[in-house]
Design a protein around this ligand. Structure first.
Ligand code: PPE
Length: 306
């Protein structure tokens, strides 16, 4: 795994040397898990520039997440977009992953510490294929988790919050202990919700289906894929479905900033469809790559140049 160590990390408005971007152990978020974050990828376009994929949408979701959890970010969206650009530049990075994090600082302890300062960090590092190079080429093996995705009245799934990831970590560890590549989580009613760190899509008879946003993160890649499919004239349905809808699917794939578009070849030890990646998955993946490389004029608005 590539190192996350770089020269600089942006913290509360300034770029600090990596070693100095530290926090106190009484940082509230470390104890109770209230924090929001983003993950975005910066790509090299065909004409030699660096561009963050859908940076505005990611920063908007960061502010939405903070709003949902009543956290006040002491910067504007424009300032944080600039912080992302500055972090990539200050580290002389090429293609990389960018991680803005908003958290509650130290001061008061106890669950309801309303007066602690909200702090913001932006780090960036090089990050390869999230589910492995082999997985991207030949498809990954996924297992339905025994851990259920949290109910939307327990935690708020429109927010990308740090504490939510305990649920993902449990599922992801369980999958890896069983030698699978990733976990699929069902919601409290037993319908498919999402992967531990990805949204999910299946195709059958030329129609693509994805779960609604009632129990899944509103993924920026999910949104891009829905747009790409729509532009290609492929019908996308958003509805609840049980896991056996995937067992009989022709294709199954996962999407996310880190995972991009990753084909799945098996769910619960059952082979999905007859070939992996299938034709729709391949088409979506290729159009997604063309978009991030700045090769497709229809999606140039998704690029935020560094
Ligand atoms: N669901 C979950 C639970 C999730 O964590 C992600 C992203 C998505 C869906 C897809 O969202 P988007 O990236 O906007 O398309 N997961 C991030 C974190 C991965 C990690 O291990 O860290 C990511 O892909 O950056």
């Amino acid at each position: 795994m590539a190192s996350v160590k770089t020269d600089k990390i942006w913290l509360d408005g300034s770029l600090l040397p990596y070693e100095r971007a530290t926090v106190h152990v009484l940082t509230h978020s470390l104890h109770y898990g209230l924090g929001v974050f983003e993950g975005m990828r910066c790509y090299k376009t065909d004409d030699g520039h660096l561009a963050i994929f859908r940076a505005r949408e990611h920063i908007r979701r960061l502010f939405d997440s903070a709003r949902i959890l009543e956290m006040k970010i002491p910067f504007t969206e424009a300032e944080l977009l600039q912080a992302c650009v500055d972090t990539v530049r200050a580290n002389g990075l090429g293609e990389c992953y960018i991680r803005p994090l908003v958290f509650v600082g130290e001061g008061e302890m106890g669950v309801a510490a309303l007066n602690n300062r909200t702090r913001v960090a932006v780090a960036a590092w090089e990050w390869g294929a999230y589910l492995g190079e082999e997985g991207v080429k030949h498809g990954i093996r996924v297992k339905t988790s025994s851990f259920v995705r949290f109910h939307h009245n327990s935690l708020l799934c429109m927010a990308k919050a740090t504490g939510h990831y305990v649920n993902s970590i449990l599922a992801s560890h369980e999958a890896r202990h069983g030698n699978y590549d990733e976990a699929l989580l069902l919601d409290v009613d037993g319908f498919v919700s999402e992967g531990a760190g990805e949204n999910v899509f299946f195709a059958r008879d030329g129609v693509v289906t994805t779960p609604p946003l009632s129990s899944a993160l509103p993924g920026i890649t999910r949104d891009a894929v829905i747009t790409i499919l729509g532009d290609a004239g492929i019908t996308v349905v958003q509805r609840r479905f049980p896991r056996d809808a995937i067992y009989i699917a022709d294709e199954f794939f996962m999407t996310g900033t880190a995972a991009e578009v990753t084909p799945v070849r098996e769910l619960d030890d059952r082979r999905i469809g007859s070939q992996t990646p299938g034709p729709i998955t391949t088409q979506v993946r290729e159009t997604f790559i063309a978009a991030m490389r700045g090769r497709d004029p229809r999606y140039r608005g998704w690029l935020y140049y560094v």
